[in-house]
Design a protein around this ligand. Sequence first.
Ligand code: CTP
Length: 449
Amino acid sequence: MKKVITYGTFDLFHEGHYKLLKRARELGDYLIVGVTTEHFDEGRGKINVIDPIMERIENVRKTGFADEIIIEDHEGQKIEDIQKYGIDIFTVGSDWTGYFDYLNAFCKVIYLDRTPNVSSTILRKNKFQIVRIGVIGTGRIAPRFISEAKYVSGIIVNSAYNPEKDSLDRFHRRFEIDCYSDHYDEFLENVDAVYIASPHETHYEYARTALEHGKHVLCEKPMTFTRREAVELYELAQEKDVVLMEGIKAAYCPGFQQLINIAKSGKIGEIRDVEACFSRLADPDSREIADAKYGGGFLEYGGYPLLPIIKLLGINYTKVDIDSILSDTGIDLYTKIQIRYPGAMATAKTGVGVKSEGQLIVAGTKGYILAESPWWLTRKFEIRYENPSIIEKYEPNFQGDGLRYEISEFVSKINKFGMRGYRLTAEESIAMADIVERFMEKRKKEAKA
Ligand code: CTP
């Protein structure tokens, strides 16, 4: 019996898939089809897959060509499968010609002609409108957003807005997109969505106006300085039926999500303490230090350490203690926030003038999770126990600088596919705004004193 194997994502099942499977089956007597997991696809940069795995498997099954369907979930699995199942022929479409020649050492490799003019990528583009997004603010993050957006299908960055002409001109020379330095309304007319990466104090106003115009909003952290404003924005987004998302990058990284899920699975017992730190020494002339009103470590970086705390311990904290070491101008060089929950506690530390270890520790009644710097990208973490010889290591997939996962989530939400809202809920984002508000109140009091 001649055994054939082929692999694919088979997203939005189409004619090209059908013909490929038919011809693959005709190459032998028994066809095994490997369908990729989302995790595996994410790892190889395919982050826009729409159909859930069970649906993709079902579509392959319905063709009647597969005698057996298996799951492909890791790099190197093809060699394993070929040996395990005693495969004679490995086949795949001609878009992969040459790429799998190394498998010739294990079986025969055949590249079948690809069906022209159809692909999941084309279907994804046709199925959903391309989201035209405008960037507000053209400082440090905006260029990163543009380069990472290229890895997400279904989105084009078509314009930028910044009332500061110099910065906008520099940006315009670098990226040839429409630029607006006034007429915010006009800028909004030509976009479906905005990414707000302007100075903190402008986030709320830009977000509110964009939402009022029915635009989807992805807003850098902190989205607002008060709880009330955050609630108002989420209510407005709901009323206008548009997406509002706070841009806390870590929340959307696959590794961070895995860490959270493992912590919640009971593997380390009951979670009793979450300790997270993010520090980056800033230049004395930088906005973080020089801006006496809105500079400082907490406003800049507070979203990072607060995220695992809120995700793991929730929004029902009973006490928040904030303490800072201030500069001469009154900005916080270092801030430590202690948050108390019934039965658990947490510490969030941020610094722009004090350097500390940027780690995340989640302590439980059976063990703890340690994620070393840069834990917010979550490329690796460990679970440790009382017995020091047991260490479980995790090295999740991570691509680029991580922003692409946030952008992908935003596009998915706009297109209303997937149930991805859980990665950072409105309630969690509002709880963070509440802590920002407490910080701002304290800062105001200290400034008066
Ligand atoms: N395939 C094909 N003809 C097409 C599209 C795909 O023969 N027009 C083949 C691929 O070469 C592969 C299999 O179908 O062997 C599964 O491909 P997959 O990557 O799932 O589909 P694509 O449409 O190529 O997906 P994407 O656009 O996301 O890359």
